[in-house]
Design a protein. Sequence first.
Length: 280
Amino acid sequence: MKLQLFNISNFKVDGGAMFGVVPKVLWSRVYSSDENNLIVLTLRSLVIETDEHVILVDTGWGDKQDEKFFRHVYLHGGEGLTEGLNRRGYKPEDITDVVLTHLHADHCGGGVKRNKGGNGYELTFPEATYHVSRTQWEWAVKNNVREADSFLDENIIPIMDSGHLNLVDEEGELFPGFSVRICYGHTPGLIIPVIKYKDKTLVYTGDLIPTVAHIPVIWNMSYDIGSLKTIEEKEKILEEALDGGYILVFQHDEHVECCTLEMTPKGIRAKEKFDFKEIY
């Protein structure tokens, strides 16, 4: 198995939204914001190559929406999606599987692109099967007022129309050494990949624990649909990760790619923080 992590792009969001009920006087000590209260997040994607599969986890924002839409996202930096893959030796046609943790625009938008004529859409990864939990798919296509700005038809419907959609019904091994957990607090059906690599277990924490600052169980996003459920799910996976010596891999943390855990008087916290390449 070969693992690689790369940042598709940086973007900005409101710091208060990212930390919910936690006062700024507390969260600003561990995650800095600018004069407009905006914090920088990353969009790290994970590539896993096995004997039979090249798996891509999440695809970033993409570029289908107009300038007005992206004006509020402040995209900057990063390697780009296909550019980042190319630097690691992969063409879009090489990707056999795309695992979408969920269907919010910043996680799935890059999986669909405008066609050459500009009058329709096609898959960015034409040979890939796109894996989404059934719960998340059904929730997203139904849509709701709370998440309407995140569930965009042009990011979602073309996947189904392509015939490349696989709906995941249960937790467990999706590929050899690659398992999924299904969570419900952030949005129903959120997939959390768990990867066995050599003698290590890696948890790609996605939007369950978007940054190292979100490890405390009550430090959660206002974007979460069910905050109490998020707390319950975080407690469960953090306790398992602590007991098992797992490595957490952060999708959104500007500063920290990975960490191990330790128990402290205040609860489970990050122990060692390090870059993904140090896992090797």
